[in-house]
Design a protein around this ligand. Sequence first.
Ligand code: C2O
Ligand code: CU
Ligand code: CU
Length: 527
Amino acid sequence: MTGTTRRRLLTGAAGTAGLVAFGAGDVWASRPTRSGTLLTSRAPLPAPFRRPLPIPRVLTPGHSPDHPDADYYEIEQRVGTQQILPGLPTRVWGYEGTMPGPTIVSRRGRRTVVKYTNRLPVPAVTHLHGGHTPAEHDGFPTDFVFPVGTDPAAASMAAMPGMGTVGMPNDPQARTTIGTRVHEYPLDQRAATLWYHDHRMGFTGPGVWRGLLGVHIVTDDEERALRLPAGDRDVPLVLTDRAFDADGSFRYPALDPDPTGVPGVRKAFMNGVLGDVLLVNGAPWPVLEVAPARYRFRVVNASNARRYLLALDPSPAGPVPLVQIGSDGGLLARPYPQAALAVAPAERFDVVVNFSHAKSGQEFVLRNELGSGPTALVMKFRVTGAAPEPSQLPDTLSPHETLDPATAVATRDFLFQNREIGWTINGRPFEPTHPVASARRGDVEIWRFVTDLAHPVHVHLNHFQVVSRQGNRPGPSDAGWKDTVDLSPAEEVAVAIRFDDYAGRFLMHCHNLEHEDMAMMAAITIT
Ligand code: C2O
Ligand code: CU
Ligand code: CU
Protein backbone atom coordinates (compact mmCIF):
# COMPACT_ATOMS: atom_id res chain seq x y z
CA MET A 1 0.00 0.00 0.00
CA THR A 2 1.42 3.37 -0.86
CA GLY A 3 1.70 6.09 1.73
CA THR A 4 -1.06 8.08 0.09
CA THR A 5 -3.32 5.08 -0.05
CA ARG A 6 -2.79 4.27 3.56
CA ARG A 7 -3.55 7.83 4.54
CA ARG A 8 -6.69 7.91 2.43
CA LEU A 9 -7.81 4.56 3.74
CA LEU A 10 -7.24 5.67 7.27
CA THR A 11 -9.09 8.90 6.74
CA GLY A 12 -11.99 6.87 5.48
CA ALA A 13 -11.79 4.71 8.54
CA ALA A 14 -11.58 7.43 11.13
CA GLY A 15 -14.53 8.76 13.02
CA THR A 16 -16.25 5.60 14.11
CA ALA A 17 -14.13 4.96 17.16
CA GLY A 18 -16.80 6.65 19.24
CA LEU A 19 -19.19 3.87 18.26
CA VAL A 20 -17.37 1.34 20.34
CA ALA A 21 -19.82 0.11 22.91
CA PHE A 22 -18.39 -1.89 25.72
CA GLY A 23 -20.35 -3.35 28.54
CA ALA A 24 -23.38 -4.62 26.63
CA GLY A 25 -24.09 -7.32 29.14
CA ASP A 26 -25.23 -10.89 28.96
CA VAL A 27 -28.32 -10.08 26.95
CA TRP A 28 -26.10 -9.99 23.91
CA ALA A 29 -24.26 -13.18 24.63
CA SER A 30 -24.87 -15.64 21.82
CA ARG A 31 -27.65 -13.53 20.33
CA PRO A 32 -27.12 -12.42 16.76
CA THR A 33 -26.98 -8.69 16.26
CA ARG A 34 -27.43 -6.46 13.32
CA SER A 35 -24.38 -4.81 11.94
CA GLY A 36 -23.92 -2.74 8.88
CA THR A 37 -25.77 0.05 7.15
CA LEU A 38 -28.63 -0.45 4.72
CA LEU A 39 -27.97 0.62 1.14
CA THR A 40 -31.32 1.05 -0.58
CA SER A 41 -32.13 0.21 -4.19
CA ARG A 42 -33.08 2.83 -6.75
CA ALA A 43 -34.71 0.21 -8.95
CA PRO A 44 -38.19 -0.92 -7.90
CA LEU A 45 -37.96 -3.92 -5.60
CA PRO A 46 -39.20 -7.13 -7.25
CA ALA A 47 -42.33 -8.75 -5.84
CA PRO A 48 -41.45 -11.62 -3.51
CA PHE A 49 -42.18 -15.29 -4.21
CA ARG A 50 -42.48 -15.09 -8.01
CA ARG A 51 -39.24 -16.70 -9.15
CA PRO A 52 -38.42 -20.39 -8.85
CA LEU A 53 -35.30 -21.06 -6.80
CA PRO A 54 -32.37 -21.47 -9.21
CA ILE A 55 -30.03 -24.36 -8.45
CA PRO A 56 -26.42 -23.66 -9.47
CA ARG A 57 -25.28 -26.25 -11.97
CA VAL A 58 -22.93 -28.96 -10.71
CA LEU A 59 -19.77 -29.21 -12.78
CA THR A 60 -18.71 -32.54 -14.26
CA PRO A 61 -15.09 -33.31 -13.50
CA GLY A 62 -12.63 -33.74 -16.34
CA HIS A 63 -9.13 -35.12 -16.52
CA SER A 64 -5.78 -33.47 -16.90
CA PRO A 65 -2.65 -35.40 -17.91
CA ASP A 66 -0.77 -33.21 -15.41
CA HIS A 67 -3.03 -34.38 -12.58
CA PRO A 68 -3.98 -37.97 -13.42
CA ASP A 69 -5.29 -38.78 -9.92
CA ALA A 70 -7.50 -35.77 -9.53
CA ASP A 71 -10.91 -34.46 -10.51
CA TYR A 72 -10.00 -31.63 -12.83
CA TYR A 73 -11.97 -28.45 -13.53
CA GLU A 74 -11.42 -25.28 -15.48
CA ILE A 75 -13.30 -22.21 -14.31
CA GLU A 76 -13.19 -18.68 -15.66
CA GLN A 77 -13.81 -15.53 -13.68
CA ARG A 78 -15.63 -13.31 -16.14
CA VAL A 79 -18.25 -10.65 -16.58
CA GLY A 80 -21.74 -12.00 -17.21
CA THR A 81 -25.28 -10.77 -17.46
CA GLN A 82 -27.93 -12.12 -15.12
CA GLN A 83 -31.66 -11.55 -14.90
CA ILE A 84 -32.08 -10.84 -11.19
CA LEU A 85 -34.70 -8.07 -11.33
CA PRO A 86 -37.62 -8.39 -13.76
CA GLY A 87 -36.76 -6.63 -17.02
CA LEU A 88 -33.48 -5.16 -15.78
CA PRO A 89 -30.39 -7.26 -16.52
CA THR A 90 -27.52 -7.00 -14.03
CA ARG A 91 -23.86 -7.24 -14.92
CA VAL A 92 -22.17 -9.67 -12.58
CA TRP A 93 -18.60 -10.74 -12.04
CA GLY A 94 -18.93 -14.47 -11.66
CA TYR A 95 -17.17 -17.78 -11.76
CA GLU A 96 -18.24 -18.89 -15.24
CA GLY A 97 -20.01 -15.54 -15.40
CA THR A 98 -22.81 -16.44 -12.97
CA MET A 99 -23.77 -15.64 -9.38
CA PRO A 100 -23.43 -18.00 -7.63
CA GLY A 101 -20.85 -19.79 -9.72
CA PRO A 102 -21.17 -23.49 -10.51
CA THR A 103 -21.08 -26.04 -7.70
CA ILE A 104 -18.20 -28.47 -7.34
CA VAL A 105 -18.78 -31.80 -5.61
CA SER A 106 -15.69 -33.64 -4.36
CA ARG A 107 -15.17 -36.93 -2.64
CA ARG A 108 -13.16 -36.85 0.56
CA GLY A 109 -9.49 -37.60 -0.03
CA ARG A 110 -9.69 -37.42 -3.80
CA ARG A 111 -7.76 -34.43 -5.01
CA THR A 112 -9.65 -31.72 -6.83
CA VAL A 113 -7.67 -29.48 -9.15
CA VAL A 114 -9.17 -26.25 -10.45
CA LYS A 115 -7.53 -24.13 -13.10
CA TYR A 116 -8.85 -20.58 -12.79
CA THR A 117 -8.58 -18.15 -15.68
CA ASN A 118 -9.09 -14.50 -14.87
CA ARG A 119 -10.97 -12.63 -17.59
CA LEU A 120 -12.12 -9.85 -15.27
CA PRO A 121 -10.86 -6.27 -15.56
CA VAL A 122 -9.14 -6.61 -12.14
CA PRO A 123 -6.79 -9.04 -10.39
CA ALA A 124 -8.46 -12.01 -8.71
CA VAL A 125 -7.62 -14.41 -5.87
CA THR A 126 -9.72 -17.50 -5.16
CA HIS A 127 -10.00 -19.03 -1.69
CA LEU A 128 -11.78 -22.26 -0.84
CA HIS A 129 -13.41 -21.35 2.47
CA GLY A 130 -13.33 -24.29 4.87
CA GLY A 131 -10.85 -26.22 2.75
CA HIS A 132 -7.84 -27.82 4.41
CA THR A 133 -5.52 -26.51 1.73
CA PRO A 134 -1.73 -26.09 1.50
CA ALA A 135 -0.65 -22.45 1.77
CA GLU A 136 0.34 -22.02 -1.87
CA HIS A 137 -3.15 -23.06 -2.98
CA ASP A 138 -5.18 -21.37 -0.26
CA GLY A 139 -5.58 -18.00 -1.94
CA PHE A 140 -3.64 -15.57 0.25
CA PRO A 141 -5.02 -12.07 -0.47
CA THR A 142 -1.85 -10.89 -2.16
CA ASP A 143 -1.53 -13.95 -4.41
CA PHE A 144 -2.96 -12.02 -7.34
CA VAL A 145 -3.88 -13.59 -10.63
CA PHE A 146 -3.67 -10.68 -13.02
CA PRO A 147 -6.16 -10.67 -15.89
CA VAL A 148 -5.33 -12.57 -19.06
CA GLY A 149 -3.20 -10.40 -21.29
CA THR A 150 -1.74 -8.22 -18.53
CA ASP A 151 1.63 -6.91 -19.68
CA PRO A 152 4.23 -8.74 -17.55
CA ALA A 153 6.13 -5.53 -16.92
CA ALA A 154 2.97 -3.86 -15.65
CA ALA A 155 2.12 -6.89 -13.51
CA SER A 156 5.52 -7.09 -11.86
CA MET A 157 5.42 -3.36 -11.31
CA ALA A 158 1.97 -3.62 -9.77
CA ALA A 159 3.04 -6.49 -7.54
CA MET A 160 6.19 -4.74 -6.40
CA PRO A 161 5.99 -3.65 -2.78
CA GLY A 162 5.13 -0.03 -2.45
CA MET A 163 4.59 0.44 -6.17
CA GLY A 164 1.82 0.41 -8.70
CA THR A 165 -1.29 -1.36 -7.57
CA VAL A 166 -2.94 0.67 -4.92
CA GLY A 167 -4.01 -1.43 -1.97
CA MET A 168 -1.14 -3.89 -2.38
CA PRO A 169 0.81 -3.93 0.86
CA ASN A 170 4.46 -4.78 1.10
CA ASP A 171 4.53 -8.50 0.61
CA PRO A 172 7.64 -10.03 -0.86
CA GLN A 173 6.11 -13.50 -0.34
CA ALA A 174 3.16 -12.83 -2.68
CA ARG A 175 2.83 -15.40 -5.45
CA THR A 176 1.43 -13.54 -8.41
CA THR A 177 0.66 -14.97 -11.84
CA ILE A 178 -0.78 -13.63 -15.07
CA GLY A 179 -3.96 -15.06 -16.56
CA THR A 180 -4.29 -18.39 -14.79
CA ARG A 181 -3.56 -20.28 -11.62
CA VAL A 182 -4.00 -23.96 -10.85
CA HIS A 183 -5.27 -24.64 -7.32
CA GLU A 184 -4.78 -28.14 -5.95
CA TYR A 185 -7.15 -29.16 -3.17
CA PRO A 186 -6.32 -32.41 -1.32
CA LEU A 187 -9.71 -32.31 0.47
CA ASP A 188 -8.57 -34.84 2.99
CA GLN A 189 -11.32 -33.73 5.35
CA ARG A 190 -14.81 -34.57 6.59
CA ALA A 191 -17.84 -34.28 4.35
CA ALA A 192 -18.94 -30.65 4.55
CA THR A 193 -20.41 -27.68 2.76
CA LEU A 194 -17.58 -25.38 1.72
CA TRP A 195 -17.71 -22.32 -0.46
CA TYR A 196 -15.27 -20.51 -2.68
CA HIS A 197 -14.98 -16.80 -3.22
CA ASP A 198 -12.75 -13.98 -4.30
CA HIS A 199 -10.25 -12.89 -1.64
CA ARG A 200 -8.39 -10.04 -3.30
CA MET A 201 -6.52 -7.77 -0.94
CA GLY A 202 -8.72 -4.79 -0.11
CA PHE A 203 -11.47 -5.77 -2.59
CA THR A 204 -13.13 -8.93 -1.32
CA GLY A 205 -16.28 -6.97 -0.42
CA PRO A 206 -16.97 -5.49 -3.87
CA GLY A 207 -15.76 -8.68 -5.61
CA VAL A 208 -18.13 -10.97 -3.72
CA TRP A 209 -20.92 -8.35 -3.97
CA ARG A 210 -20.56 -8.45 -7.76
CA GLY A 211 -20.94 -12.24 -7.66
CA LEU A 212 -17.59 -13.97 -7.15
CA LEU A 213 -18.79 -16.87 -4.97
CA GLY A 214 -19.87 -20.49 -5.29
CA VAL A 215 -20.51 -23.71 -3.37
CA HIS A 216 -18.07 -26.60 -3.02
CA ILE A 217 -19.44 -29.76 -1.42
CA VAL A 218 -17.31 -32.55 0.04
CA THR A 219 -18.95 -35.95 0.42
CA ASP A 220 -17.73 -39.18 1.99
CA ASP A 221 -18.78 -42.79 2.60
CA GLU A 222 -19.78 -42.17 6.20
CA GLU A 223 -22.25 -39.52 5.11
CA ARG A 224 -23.58 -41.60 2.24
CA ALA A 225 -24.28 -44.50 4.61
CA LEU A 226 -26.62 -42.27 6.63
CA ARG A 227 -29.07 -42.03 3.72
CA LEU A 228 -29.85 -38.39 4.36
CA PRO A 229 -32.10 -36.63 1.85
CA ALA A 230 -30.17 -36.61 -1.42
CA GLY A 231 -30.48 -35.76 -5.10
CA ASP A 232 -33.04 -33.01 -5.66
CA ARG A 233 -33.85 -33.11 -1.94
CA ASP A 234 -30.30 -31.90 -1.11
CA VAL A 235 -30.48 -28.20 -1.92
CA PRO A 236 -27.91 -25.41 -1.44
CA LEU A 237 -29.38 -22.12 -0.21
CA VAL A 238 -26.80 -19.39 -0.77
CA LEU A 239 -27.93 -16.22 0.99
CA THR A 240 -26.84 -12.79 -0.19
CA ASP A 241 -28.33 -9.31 0.01
CA ARG A 242 -27.84 -6.67 -2.66
CA ALA A 243 -28.90 -3.15 -3.61
CA PHE A 244 -29.58 -2.12 -7.21
CA ASP A 245 -29.32 1.07 -9.18
CA ALA A 246 -32.17 2.30 -11.37
CA ASP A 247 -30.60 0.56 -14.42
CA GLY A 248 -30.40 -2.80 -12.64
CA SER A 249 -26.67 -2.65 -11.87
CA PHE A 250 -25.42 -3.46 -8.39
CA ARG A 251 -24.95 -0.49 -6.09
CA TYR A 252 -21.96 -0.55 -3.75
CA PRO A 253 -20.66 2.38 -1.69
CA ALA A 254 -17.00 2.06 -2.70
CA LEU A 255 -14.71 4.81 -1.51
CA ASP A 256 -13.14 4.91 -4.97
CA PRO A 257 -15.10 4.12 -8.14
CA ASP A 258 -11.93 2.63 -9.66
CA PRO A 259 -12.11 -1.12 -8.85
CA THR A 260 -8.32 -1.22 -8.64
CA GLY A 261 -8.09 2.07 -6.76
CA VAL A 262 -8.38 2.77 -3.05
CA PRO A 263 -9.98 -0.08 -1.07
CA GLY A 264 -12.81 0.34 1.41
CA VAL A 265 -16.24 1.90 1.55
CA ARG A 266 -17.62 5.33 2.36
CA LYS A 267 -17.60 6.21 6.02
CA ALA A 268 -21.33 5.71 6.51
CA PHE A 269 -20.89 2.05 5.49
CA MET A 270 -17.75 1.34 7.50
CA ASN A 271 -19.58 -1.16 9.66
CA GLY A 272 -20.69 -3.25 6.68
CA VAL A 273 -22.92 -3.00 3.62
CA LEU A 274 -26.46 -4.41 3.74
CA GLY A 275 -28.72 -4.60 0.70
CA ASP A 276 -32.51 -4.30 0.66
CA VAL A 277 -33.04 -7.22 -1.76
CA LEU A 278 -32.52 -10.71 -0.37
CA LEU A 279 -31.30 -13.26 -2.91
CA VAL A 280 -31.20 -17.03 -2.56
CA ASN A 281 -28.94 -18.68 -5.16
CA GLY A 282 -28.96 -15.34 -6.98
CA ALA A 283 -32.74 -14.90 -7.24
CA PRO A 284 -34.79 -12.42 -5.17
CA TRP A 285 -37.14 -14.02 -2.63
CA PRO A 286 -37.59 -17.22 -4.68
CA VAL A 287 -40.00 -20.14 -4.30
CA LEU A 288 -39.08 -23.82 -4.13
CA GLU A 289 -41.71 -26.47 -4.78
CA VAL A 290 -41.11 -29.36 -2.43
CA ALA A 291 -42.58 -32.82 -2.13
CA PRO A 292 -44.14 -33.83 1.21
CA ALA A 293 -40.80 -35.27 2.37
CA ARG A 294 -37.61 -34.51 4.24
CA TYR A 295 -35.21 -32.04 2.65
CA ARG A 296 -31.62 -31.23 3.37
CA PHE A 297 -30.82 -27.55 2.94
CA ARG A 298 -27.22 -26.37 2.90
CA VAL A 299 -27.47 -22.80 4.12
CA VAL A 300 -24.45 -20.69 3.13
CA ASN A 301 -24.34 -17.09 4.28
CA ALA A 302 -22.34 -15.47 1.48
CA SER A 303 -23.53 -11.97 2.41
CA ASN A 304 -20.94 -9.26 2.98
CA ALA A 305 -22.21 -8.19 6.40
CA ARG A 306 -25.79 -9.40 6.94
CA ARG A 307 -26.69 -11.75 9.75
CA TYR A 308 -29.86 -13.82 9.54
CA LEU A 309 -32.09 -15.43 12.11
CA LEU A 310 -33.94 -17.99 10.00
CA ALA A 311 -37.31 -19.43 10.97
CA LEU A 312 -40.12 -21.16 9.09
CA ASP A 313 -43.61 -19.71 9.18
CA PRO A 314 -45.67 -21.70 9.90
CA SER A 315 -43.60 -24.49 11.30
CA PRO A 316 -44.09 -27.69 9.24
CA ALA A 317 -43.24 -30.11 12.05
CA GLY A 318 -44.21 -28.75 15.41
CA PRO A 319 -42.34 -26.05 17.25
CA VAL A 320 -38.88 -27.17 16.10
CA PRO A 321 -38.88 -27.24 12.31
CA LEU A 322 -35.18 -26.80 11.63
CA VAL A 323 -33.02 -29.75 12.53
CA GLN A 324 -29.38 -28.85 12.20
CA ILE A 325 -27.28 -31.78 11.00
CA GLY A 326 -24.06 -30.04 9.97
CA SER A 327 -21.97 -26.94 10.54
CA ASP A 328 -18.98 -25.35 8.80
CA GLY A 329 -16.78 -28.39 9.27
CA GLY A 330 -19.29 -31.14 8.47
CA LEU A 331 -21.87 -33.32 10.16
CA LEU A 332 -22.69 -32.93 13.83
CA ALA A 333 -22.44 -35.90 16.15
CA ARG A 334 -26.25 -35.97 16.35
CA PRO A 335 -29.18 -33.91 15.03
CA TYR A 336 -29.75 -30.61 16.81
CA PRO A 337 -33.32 -29.26 16.52
CA GLN A 338 -33.55 -25.48 16.56
CA ALA A 339 -36.56 -23.19 16.47
CA ALA A 340 -34.55 -20.54 14.65
CA LEU A 341 -31.11 -20.55 13.13
CA ALA A 342 -28.68 -17.65 13.57
CA VAL A 343 -26.35 -17.46 10.59
CA ALA A 344 -23.50 -14.96 10.44
CA PRO A 345 -21.49 -14.09 7.32
CA ALA A 346 -19.52 -17.10 6.00
CA GLU A 347 -21.16 -19.63 8.32
CA ARG A 348 -22.78 -22.77 6.89
CA PHE A 349 -25.62 -24.73 8.47
CA ASP A 350 -26.91 -27.99 7.06
CA VAL A 351 -30.50 -28.49 8.16
CA VAL A 352 -33.18 -31.09 7.58
CA VAL A 353 -36.76 -29.90 7.26
CA ASN A 354 -39.57 -32.41 7.31
CA PHE A 355 -42.46 -31.41 5.06
CA SER A 356 -44.04 -34.86 5.08
CA HIS A 357 -46.96 -33.87 7.32
CA ALA A 358 -47.87 -30.91 5.13
CA LYS A 359 -50.82 -30.90 2.77
CA SER A 360 -50.40 -30.33 -0.94
CA GLY A 361 -50.58 -26.62 -1.67
CA GLN A 362 -49.44 -25.59 1.78
CA GLU A 363 -46.82 -22.85 1.87
CA PHE A 364 -44.05 -22.07 4.33
CA VAL A 365 -42.14 -18.81 4.37
CA LEU A 366 -38.51 -18.83 5.41
CA ARG A 367 -38.25 -15.65 7.42
CA ASN A 368 -35.32 -13.58 8.63
CA GLU A 369 -36.28 -12.52 12.15
CA LEU A 370 -33.53 -9.90 12.17
CA GLY A 371 -34.94 -8.09 9.13
CA SER A 372 -37.87 -5.79 8.71
CA GLY A 373 -40.21 -5.32 5.75
CA PRO A 374 -38.72 -7.02 2.68
CA THR A 375 -35.53 -8.05 4.47
CA ALA A 376 -37.63 -10.09 6.92
CA LEU A 377 -38.50 -12.44 4.03
CA VAL A 378 -36.03 -14.90 2.53
CA MET A 379 -37.92 -17.41 0.38
CA LYS A 380 -40.97 -19.65 0.26
CA PHE A 381 -41.50 -23.41 0.12
CA ARG A 382 -44.66 -24.73 -1.55
CA VAL A 383 -45.63 -28.35 -0.99
CA THR A 384 -46.88 -30.17 -4.08
CA GLY A 385 -47.15 -33.68 -5.41
CA ALA A 386 -46.99 -37.04 -3.73
CA ALA A 387 -44.66 -38.33 -1.08
CA PRO A 388 -41.60 -40.15 -2.38
CA GLU A 389 -40.28 -43.17 -0.55
CA PRO A 390 -39.82 -42.23 3.10
CA SER A 391 -36.44 -40.98 4.25
CA GLN A 392 -34.91 -41.14 7.71
CA LEU A 393 -33.04 -38.92 10.02
CA PRO A 394 -30.75 -41.14 12.12
CA ASP A 395 -30.19 -40.32 15.80
CA THR A 396 -26.44 -40.56 15.33
CA LEU A 397 -24.77 -38.67 12.51
CA SER A 398 -20.98 -38.44 12.73
CA PRO A 399 -19.38 -38.98 16.13
CA HIS A 400 -16.13 -37.07 16.22
CA GLU A 401 -13.41 -36.23 18.71
CA THR A 402 -13.74 -33.31 21.09
CA LEU A 403 -10.62 -31.21 21.49
CA ASP A 404 -9.83 -31.16 25.20
CA PRO A 405 -9.02 -27.63 26.41
CA ALA A 406 -7.01 -29.19 29.25
CA THR A 407 -4.47 -30.41 26.69
CA ALA A 408 -3.89 -26.93 25.25
CA VAL A 409 -0.25 -25.89 25.15
CA ALA A 410 -0.98 -22.20 24.60
CA THR A 411 -3.71 -19.63 25.04
CA ARG A 412 -3.75 -16.62 22.74
CA ASP A 413 -5.91 -13.53 22.78
CA PHE A 414 -7.13 -11.74 19.68
CA LEU A 415 -8.83 -8.40 20.10
CA PHE A 416 -11.07 -7.33 17.20
CA GLN A 417 -11.43 -3.62 17.50
CA ASN A 418 -12.14 -0.42 15.64
CA ARG A 419 -9.39 2.13 16.27
CA GLU A 420 -8.44 5.48 14.83
CA ILE A 421 -6.33 3.61 12.29
CA GLY A 422 -9.22 1.40 11.11
CA TRP A 423 -10.42 -2.13 11.83
CA THR A 424 -7.69 -3.93 13.71
CA ILE A 425 -6.69 -7.23 15.29
CA ASN A 426 -4.60 -6.78 18.42
CA GLY A 427 -4.27 -3.13 17.58
CA ARG A 428 -2.80 -3.60 14.11
CA PRO A 429 -4.17 -3.38 10.60
CA PHE A 430 -3.35 -6.25 8.24
CA GLU A 431 0.34 -6.71 7.52
CA PRO A 432 1.01 -9.84 5.45
CA THR A 433 4.57 -10.18 6.69
CA HIS A 434 3.75 -9.66 10.36
CA PRO A 435 2.06 -12.84 11.65
CA VAL A 436 -0.10 -12.36 14.73
CA ALA A 437 0.56 -15.93 15.88
CA SER A 438 2.75 -18.89 15.12
CA ALA A 439 1.37 -22.32 16.00
CA ARG A 440 2.92 -25.77 15.83
CA ARG A 441 1.20 -28.52 13.94
CA GLY A 442 -0.45 -31.06 16.19
CA ASP A 443 -0.73 -28.77 19.21
CA VAL A 444 -4.09 -27.97 20.74
CA GLU A 445 -4.34 -24.26 21.50
CA ILE A 446 -7.03 -22.07 23.01
CA TRP A 447 -7.74 -18.96 21.00
CA ARG A 448 -9.79 -16.28 22.72
CA PHE A 449 -11.53 -13.78 20.49
CA VAL A 450 -12.69 -10.53 22.07
CA THR A 451 -14.75 -7.89 20.30
CA ASP A 452 -15.80 -4.28 20.51
CA LEU A 453 -18.61 -4.48 17.95
CA ALA A 454 -20.05 -7.59 16.29
CA HIS A 455 -17.48 -9.56 14.25
CA PRO A 456 -17.75 -12.99 12.56
CA VAL A 457 -14.25 -14.39 13.08
CA HIS A 458 -12.82 -16.85 10.54
CA VAL A 459 -9.64 -18.93 10.66
CA HIS A 460 -8.18 -20.58 7.58
CA LEU A 461 -6.77 -24.13 7.28
CA ASN A 462 -8.26 -26.04 10.20
CA HIS A 463 -11.60 -26.12 11.93
CA PHE A 464 -12.04 -25.40 15.62
CA GLN A 465 -14.52 -26.12 18.40
CA VAL A 466 -16.17 -23.43 20.49
CA VAL A 467 -15.33 -23.93 24.16
CA SER A 468 -17.15 -21.01 25.79
CA ARG A 469 -18.92 -17.70 25.34
CA GLN A 470 -18.36 -15.12 28.03
CA GLY A 471 -17.07 -18.00 30.14
CA ASN A 472 -20.40 -19.81 29.76
CA ARG A 473 -21.54 -22.61 27.52
CA PRO A 474 -21.30 -22.24 23.75
CA GLY A 475 -24.36 -20.83 21.99
CA PRO A 476 -26.86 -22.45 19.62
CA SER A 477 -24.78 -21.54 16.54
CA ASP A 478 -21.60 -23.05 17.89
CA ALA A 479 -22.17 -26.79 17.52
CA GLY A 480 -19.65 -29.05 15.84
CA TRP A 481 -16.50 -28.17 13.91
CA LYS A 482 -16.49 -24.49 12.94
CA ASP A 483 -14.31 -22.24 10.83
CA THR A 484 -16.29 -19.06 11.48
CA VAL A 485 -17.72 -18.00 14.81
CA ASP A 486 -19.96 -14.99 15.32
CA LEU A 487 -19.28 -12.60 18.14
CA SER A 488 -21.67 -10.01 19.50
CA PRO A 489 -20.46 -6.62 20.70
CA ALA A 490 -18.16 -6.81 23.72
CA GLU A 491 -18.10 -10.57 23.78
CA GLU A 492 -15.41 -13.13 24.46
CA VAL A 493 -15.43 -16.51 22.74
CA ALA A 494 -12.84 -19.20 23.40
CA VAL A 495 -12.20 -21.91 20.81
CA ALA A 496 -9.97 -24.96 20.83
CA ILE A 497 -7.99 -25.31 17.62
CA ARG A 498 -5.39 -27.72 16.32
CA PHE A 499 -3.60 -27.19 13.04
CA ASP A 500 -3.01 -30.67 11.71
CA ASP A 501 -2.44 -30.27 8.05
CA TYR A 502 0.07 -27.97 6.44
CA ALA A 503 2.88 -25.65 7.40
CA GLY A 504 3.09 -22.17 5.98
CA ARG A 505 1.51 -18.77 6.08
CA PHE A 506 -2.25 -18.65 6.48
CA LEU A 507 -4.85 -16.13 7.49
CA MET A 508 -7.39 -15.25 10.12
CA HIS A 509 -9.80 -12.37 9.78
CA CYS A 510 -13.19 -10.87 10.36
CA HIS A 511 -15.59 -12.13 7.67
CA ASN A 512 -17.64 -8.95 7.61
CA LEU A 513 -16.18 -8.18 4.19
CA GLU A 514 -16.07 -4.45 4.72
CA HIS A 515 -14.13 -4.91 7.96
CA GLU A 516 -11.88 -7.40 6.20
CA ASP A 517 -11.15 -5.03 3.31
CA MET A 518 -10.40 -2.27 5.76
CA ALA A 519 -7.60 -4.30 7.29
CA MET A 520 -9.21 -6.57 9.92
CA MET A 521 -7.03 -9.51 8.92
CA ALA A 522 -3.87 -11.07 10.23
CA ALA A 523 -1.37 -13.59 8.94
CA ILE A 524 -0.75 -16.71 11.03
CA THR A 525 2.20 -19.03 10.65
CA ILE A 526 1.93 -22.77 11.03
CA THR A 527 5.16 -24.65 11.59
CU1 C2O B 1 -14.21 -16.90 3.37
CU2 C2O B 1 -10.47 -15.80 4.32
O1 C2O B 1 -12.34 -16.33 3.83
CU1 CU C 1 -11.36 -19.30 4.63
CU1 CU D 1 -15.64 -7.33 11.88
